[in-house]
Design a protein around this ligand. Structure first.
Ligand code: FAD
Length: 348
């Protein structure tokens, strides 16, 4: 009988030991990377599986690419039959139904237009194209003032109406041409984050064309570390590294998409009040927010406002923003009070 109990005891100890080993065994969690191209730019995703089970990254990439193409097909001015391109060809004063997600993005755009007093305005599309920053070939010439003024009189976010059921759009002027380039990439980042969470992936960093969102951690007790670029057009270097945990970050700048004429830089951010590209010294602005879609749109709005008005706006709206402002041949840093918690430079 004694032998029997002894055997049971040994078996129990053995079982306990295996369970303990399993629990304490540090599962080496591979950092997986998935990348590709979308919306005229590239995307990079880093993710850490929860457990040891392998993530089938090729199947996941197929899901990601198809989701990005879905958004592209709805919101691109580079695709003939997207919601946006069909609306840009649509007649004035007649409703046109759009997809629910295009409605979501435009509704957010209109909200940012309102709080930014029109600095952000998706109806600037014709001016963007006139300055050569749209789908047509890139001309490097300054358009004539009369054409600018004519277009300026026809656009404005208040000339665009949203209908709720069914989701629909209507414009007061046939020349209104929408451009979602300053908000839809941010929306796409949020959509991919949602897709990863739906696939039980909780630790990831998603980046599309410089717009980022993070969730969870890179390694145990180690948040994701991202970089804010120096606004230099000839080289890529990181100006500031920061830890991002479960928030989104978007940057707008004048150092990638621009042309120069007689020593003046004309960038792709258009001031809807003048019809001209911005002329102030703000080289780049980074916004941290809960959604990448709002961060993306707010970054463009603040880019239009400039360093003084933009910082005032950010403080009023309690936005976490970081600016790089040109001063002689260098950039000075300005940031809002809400950005201070992100200043602590993380050790690598
Ligand atoms: P941001 O600062 O985020 O936005 C600036 C852009 O917003 C400008 O380029 C202009 O288009 C617009 N804008 C300018 N002023 C204002 C303003 N005051 N208010 C609102 N918007 C303003 N590019 C390609 O070359 N090929 C493609 O096939 C292509 N497809 C795309 C599909 C989609 C769905 C989207 C959203 C964009 C696509 N693009 C494409 C454009 C490209 O991806 C970037 O959106 C573009 O270069 C600007 O992104 P950004 O982050 O550099 O600039």
């Amino acid at each position: 009988m004694k032998r029997f109990f002894l055997t049971i005891l040994i078996l129990l100890l053995l079982a306990g030991g295996i369970i303990y080993l399993n629990k304490t065994r540090v599962v080496k969690k591979e950092l997986l990377s998935i990348s590709g191209t979308t919306m005229g730019t590239s995307y990079h995703i880093k993710l850490v599986p929860e457990t040891e089970e392998n993530i089938d990254s090729s199947t996941l990439k197929v899901k990601i690419d198809s989701r990005l193409s879905e958004i592209d097909q709805k919101m691109s001015t580079y695709k003939e039959n997207s919601d946006i391109s069909r609306f840009n060809r649509h007649v004035a004063n007649e409703w046109m139904t759009i997809s629910a997600e295009t409605f979501t993005v435009i509704a957010m755009g209109q909200q940012v237009s309102k709080i930014s007093d029109g600095a952000f305005d998706i109806t600037v599309g014709k001016l963007v194209n006139l300055w050569g920053f749209g789908p047509a070939i890139h001309i490097e010439a300054i358009p004539d003032a009369t054409t600018i003024q004519t277009l300026l009189s026809q656009l404005g976010y208040h000339k665009l109406e949203l209908g709720q059921t069914p989701p629909a759009l209507r414009k007061a002027n046939k020349n209104i041409y929408l451009d979602l380039s300053a908000i839809a990439k941010g929306y796409a980042v949020d959509a991919i984050a949602k897709l990863l969470l739906e696939n039980q992936i909780n630790n990831f960093l998603v980046e599309i064309g410089g717009e980022i969102i993070t969730h969870g951690e890179k390694r145990q007790h180690q948040p994701w570390v991202v970089g804010i670029e120096s606004p230099l057009s000839q080289q890529r270097s990181i100006r500031k590294r920061l830890q991002l945990q479960n928030v989104a970050m978007a940057t707008s700048g004048d150092y990638r998409n621009y042309f120069e004429e007689q020593g003046v830089r004309y960038s792709h951010t258009i001031d809807p009040a003048t019809g001209y590209p911005i002329k102030h010294k703000l080289a780049s602005v980074t916004v941290i927010a809960n959604s990448c879609m709002s961060a993306d749109a707010l970054a463009t709005a603040i880019m239009v406002m400039g360093p003084v008005k933009g910082l005032e706006f950010a403080s009023q709206q309690q936005l976490a923003i970081f600016m790089l402002v040109k001063q002689d041949d260098q950039f000075i840093e300005k940031y809002s009070p809400a950005f201070v918690p992100y200043l602590k430079t993380p050790e690598e």
